[in-house]
Design a protein around this ligand. Structure first.
Ligand code: DAH
Length: 357
């Protein structure tokens, strides 16, 4: 190689370095580019290393040329490095000093959760663990869904068990959460595991244990080989978890047109410890979980094959359970907005979003 060829090669390298450096945004990238140029095996590094192998008469001129090139290239790298470093520290100081007065401040959340809501959230979590989904139905319900689909025809005396608010449009304020059973069977078919918490309404005279507006949690489990023992085991586990203590249960027959057999699961009164008080009407027991095996007419109305499937259902008295859990003896405290009854939200995990069925 003669000196002209060397100069040409150096010019090409320097041009390339200029281009590459313009695209470098990070210090790390700059360092590795530097190695590919000035390192021993780099484009310029190889030329520098080759000087010692030049014929003696060329060595001085070659040496000077490549060393000058090295100095120029090094300067290019240094100046780019300086720019990168200053822009980094500029961004850092900017971030430190900018104060945005429009950002929301740090504050502790205020307020509490209604006891019924808190027990509802707990129950949703327990059933979610058991593979149940949480569903919601409308509070304004058709007469068919509230009664007929549940094996309560118009002439059935059981209609009198539930004093109903009738609306001008022919619908009713649902008297129980049971219509969600029918809605869920229609929508999902069998097998099925759902719970449906919600508000219910009855035309009742209000006293310590009756309200015209109260909460239930409906439950429905349909599968092969479901039977009453499954229902009782589930109830025991549910009530023990919600009450955070062992509770006494009493199972007795109960009549509901949509189940056969129907049962009432009672819990020993947690207000008086079973001694007898106004809340338990002096009996020591409270009806907490009416339930039973879903009546074949109801399964059929919901389109479920009764040859293959059976199921249990229950209609947990959520308001009553909340009263038991928190030792609230009068239902009017709950609906009257008495703030002393509210529960600290700290221990609660929040709601599980319900599907509308
Ligand atoms: N719907 C009934 C009521 O409000 C409660 C009930 C009883 C629901 C038995 C059920 C059940 O699902 O199986 O009085």
């Amino acid at each position: 190689m003669d000196i002209d060829q060397l100069n040409e090669q150096i010019a090409r390298i320097e041009a390339q370095v200029g281009l590459d450096l313009a695209g470098v945004e990070q210090v790390d990238a700059l360092r590795s580019l530097e190695t590919t140029v000035l390192g021993k095996k780099g484009s310029l590094g190889v030329l520098i290393g080759g000087v010692k192998d030049c014929p003696p008469e060329q060595r001085k001129a070659f040496g000077q040329t490549v060393n000058q090139a090295k100095t120029r290239v090094k300067t290019l790298f240094d100046s780019r490095l300086g720019k990168l470093q200053s822009s980094v520290s500029e961004a850092e100081t900017k971030a430190e000093t900018v104060f945005d007065p429009t950002l929301p401040g740090k504050c502790k959340e205020m307020g509490s959760v209604h006891p019924v809501t808190s027990v509802q959230w707990e129950i949703e979590r327990i059933f979610e663990r058991l593979g149940f989904t949480v569903e919601a139905g409308p509070e304004m319900e058709s007469e068919y869904n509230n009664f007929e689909a549940l094996n309560i025809p118009a002439t059935h005396p059981a209609r009198d068990m539930q004093d109903t608010f009738w609306l001008d449009n022919g619908k009713v304020l649902r008297t129980h959460t049971s219509p969600v059973q029918f809605r869920a069977m229609k929508k999902f078919g069998a097998p099925l595991r759902i719970i449906a918490p919600g508000r219910c309404f009855r035309y009742e005279t209000i006293d310590a244990s009756h309200e015209n507006t109260f909460h239930q949690v409906e439950g429905l489990m349909i599968d092969r080989d479901i039977s009453i023992p499954n229902l009782i085991a589930m109830s025991r586990m549910l009530l023990r978890e919600v009450m955070e203590r062992d509770v006494e249960l009493r199972v007795r027959p109960g009549y509901f047109p949509f189940v056969e057999p129907g049962i009432e699961i009672d819990m020993n009164c947690q207000i008086c410890g079973g001694q007898g008080c106004p809340t338990c009407k002096q009996s020591g027991w409270v009806e907490i979980l009416p339930a039973g095996m879903v009546h074949p007419n109801v399964l059929e109305a919901g389109g479920v094959d009764t040859e293959e499937y059976t199921g249990f259902a229950f209609g947990l008295g959520l308001t009553r359970l909340a009263m038991m859990k928190f030792g609230i003896g009068d239902i009017r405290i709950l609906n009257g907005g008495d703030l002393r009854a509210m529960v600290s939200p700290e221990r609660l995990g929040g709601p599980i979003l319900k599907d509308k069925v």
